[in-house]
Design a protein around this ligand. Structure first.
Ligand SMILES: NC(=O)c1ccc[n+]([C@@H]2O[C@H](COP(=O)([O-])OP(=O)(O)OC[C@H]3O[C@@H](n4cnc5c(N)ncnc54)[C@H](OP(=O)(O)O)[C@@H]3O)[C@@H](O)[C@H]2O)c1
Length: 295
C-alpha cells in the first residue's frame, strides 16, 4: 500500500501532486500541520473530483500542538481520518516562535517534564468524540512507545518512521508487529538527492528485473508489509511509483530481499531525517546532537 507524501513542496505543487496522485489511484494522502499544507491537500482533493468517501487523509499534530490539542479548530474538521503525533517531543507553547521555539542558547525550547501518555489520552478523546477515525504515532522508538502503551486504551494504528534499506530498523519493526501497530515508511526513497537511488546493489537488482531503483526500494518495503509514503511533485514519477511498486512486489525474489535487508549492516547504515531535538528519542544510530538537560 502506498500513501502519497507531500513534504517540502510549494502550495501549488502540493495541489497538483494531490490531484495527480488521486487520479493515478492513490487513496491515502500524508500531510502535517508542521508542513503547513493541510489546506493545499484539501484543495487538491476538491479539484480531483475523486469522491471524498474514497480518500483517507493522514495528518499529524506538531510538537507544539501537544498543549493545544483540545483546540479542535486546528484539525481539518471531518477531513482527517488518521491523526498522528508527529514527534515524541513537546515544544514550549509560550516560547519565542509559534512552531519552532528556541532558547537563547539556540537549542529548541523543549518542555522536558511533559508526559507523552497525557498526549495519548487527548488523542484517544478525539476518537471518542468522533473527530478522527484512527490515531497513531510517528518517530516513536520502543522506548517512547513504552511511555504510552501501558496506559493506552487505544493501541496506535500506525507508527510512521524513516524506513529504507539504509535504515531498516529490524528490531523496531518486530516490536511493532508484536503490538499490532502498522509500520509506515517515510522517506522511503531516501528523501531529496538520495544516494539510495544510486546504490550499486539496488541498481543491480533493478536491472535484473527491468525495474527502476525507486521501484526496488518501494517494492522491498511493501514486500515486508510496510506502508510506503513516496513523495513526488513529478506526474510521471507519481504514476510510476505506484505501478513500479506493484511490479517490484511481483518480481523481487528471496535473494534480493535478503540482500536489501542486509545493506545497512554491511556498513551503509544512514538516517536522512534528523531534526536537532535536544533530547534523545531512543533510536539506534541517532544520538541527541546537543548536551542533555541537567535537571
Ligand atoms: N513523519 C515524519 O516525521 C516524516 C518525515 C519526513 C517525511 N515524511 C513524509 O514522507 C514523505 C516522503 O518522504 P520524503 O519526501 O522525505 O522523501 P522520499 O519520498 O523518500 O523522496 C522524495 C524525493 O525523491 C524524488 N522522487 C520521487 N519519486 C522518484 C522516482 N521514481 N525516481 C527518482 N526520484 C524520485 C522526489 O523528487 P520530485 O518530487 O522532484 O519528483 C523527491 O526529491 C514526505 O513527503 C512526508 O509526507 C514524514
Amino acid at each position: 500500500m502506498l500513501l502519497a507524501g507531500t513534504w517540502q513542496s510549494t502550495p501549488e505543487e502540493v495541489v497538483q501532486a494531490v490531484v495527480c496522485a488521486l487520479k493515478e489511484g492513490y487513496r491515502n494522502i500524508d500531510c502535517a500541520w508542521g508542513y503547513n499544507n493541510e489546506k493545499d491537500v484539501g484543495e487538491g482533493i476538491k479539484q480531483s473530483d475523486v469522491p471524498r468517501s474514497e480518500i483517507f487523509i493522514t495528518s499529524k499534530i506538531a510538537s507544539i500542538q501537544l498543549f493545544h490539542i483540545s483546540r479542535e479548530e486546528s484539525l481539518l474538521a471531518d477531513r482527517i481520518l488518521v491523526y498522528l503525533i508527529h514527534w515524541p517531543v513537546a515544544l514550549n507553547p509560550n516560547g519565542n516562535h509559534p512552531a519552532f521555539p528556541t532558547l537563547p542558547n539556540g537549542l529548541r525550547d523543549v518542555v522536558h517534564d511533559w508526559k507523552l501518555s497525557d498526549t495519548w489520552k487527548q488523542m484517544e478523546a478525539l476518537v471518542e468524540k468522533k473527530k478522527v477515525k484512527a490515531i497513531g504515532i510517528s518517530n516513536f522508538s520502543v522506548k517512547k512507545m513504552e511511555e504510552i502503551l501501558p496506559s493506552a486504551k487505544i493501541i496506535p494504528a500506525v507508527n510512521q518512521l524513516e524506513l529504507h534499506p539504509y535504515n531498516p530498523q529490524h528490531e523496531l519493526l518486530a516490536y511493532l508487529r508484536s503490538k499490532g501497530i502498522v509500520p509506515e515508511a517515510y522517506s522511503p526513497l531516501g528523501s531529496t538527492n538520495s544516494p539510495l537511488l544510486k546504490d550499486e546493489v539496488v541498481k543491480k537488482i533493478a536491472e535484473k528485473h527491468g525495474l527502476q531503483p525507486s521501484d526496488v526500494l518501494l517494492g522491498w518495503l511493501v514486500s515486508h508489509g510496510i506502508v510506503a509514503l513516496p513523495k513526488s511533485v513529478t506526474p510521471s514519477r507519481i504514476a510510476s511509483n505506484l505501478t513500479g511498486t506493484v511490479a517490484a512486489v511481483g518480481k523481487l525474489d528471496k535473494e534480493d530481499i535478503t540482500q536489501l535487508d542486509g545493506l545497512a549492516a554491511s556498513g551503509k547504515q544512514k538516517r536522512f531525517i534528523m531534526p536537532p531535538w535536544p533530547v534523545a528519542l531512543g533510536f539506534d544510530n541517532w544520538t541527541a546532537p546537543f548536551p542533555q538537560p541537567t535537571s
